[in-house]
Design a protein around this ligand. Sequence first.
Ligand SMILES: NC(=O)c1ccc[n+]([C@@H]2O[C@H](COP(=O)([O-])OP(=O)(O)OC[C@H]3O[C@@H](n4cnc5c(N)ncnc54)[C@H](OP(=O)(O)O)[C@@H]3O)[C@@H](O)[C@H]2O)c1
Length: 254
Amino acid sequence: METQNKIALVTGGSRGLGKNAALKIAAKGIGVIVTYQSKKEEAEDTVNEIKQFGVQAAALQLNVADTKTFDAFFVEVKTILKSVFDAEKFDFLINNAGIGIHASFAETTEEQFDTLVNIQFKGAFFLTQKALSLLNDGGGIINISTGLARFALPGYAAYASMKGAMETLTRYQAKELGSRGIKANIVAPGAIETDFGGGVVRDNEQVNAGIASNTALGRVGLPDDIGGVVAFLCTEDARWINAQRIEASGGMFL
Ligand SMILES: NC(=O)c1ccc[n+]([C@@H]2O[C@H](COP(=O)([O-])OP(=O)(O)OC[C@H]3O[C@@H](n4cnc5c(N)ncnc54)[C@H](OP(=O)(O)O)[C@@H]3O)[C@@H](O)[C@H]2O)c1
């Protein structure tokens, strides 16, 4: 298989979209390192599920908001690559870890803004920069945006702006890393039923129905709707897709 001996690093792989992407990537025969922030047991469950696909897997703790820890994190990654995967480098970085904060533009505090920017933009920016020396030429970066960067819903000014910044960054990464054969793309999910934002999309019937009625395919998204898109971008079939924003929203707010 062309994906054999490839390795992906998925941030926020303990649950939600990151976990789903990690499993779909593993199903393609690609080894996976997942990171978690606080949910170690969930990350270990993910690792055990990944191994059922016959590939190697490992979990590492990482707070993407804490850039000072990134050097030490990549020392750990290097050790794990050697000990678990018998490899020096990895092939795909999936910048998925993230949180949402719901606040109107008028009421967003500086503290909320800083929390979001540190996780959603600064963290992904510098984590990827520090990953470059461990990323194989010919590999890929897959960032995660949101439908909210295309359409505007009240309450997401700061969050969606940072995802918009990630979309711009993705094009710069593609431009500057293309000489190494490294592709950069960004997947933009619509509203998906996960723990995200306190699980509001999944647990609040009114919100769920409202989104479904504004989605061409008539329902809210599930993690299973997204992971396969990320996994596809890790395959040879996707080798010519570069610098793209790929929305997977079932057709939200068309
Ligand atoms: N769900 C949606 O509707 C939706 C739509 C569009 C885009 N997205 C984006 O998709 C990504 C994943 O969201 P999700 O729905 O899967 O959320 P989720 O179910 O809440 O999972 C969040 C994941 O990110 C990790 N994480 C959170 N803060 C972190 C930090 N500071 N450092 C490192 N890891 C951190 C969590 O780790 P622990 O488990 O250890 O806490 C967890 O693995 C996010 O970037 C989000 O913005 C989500």
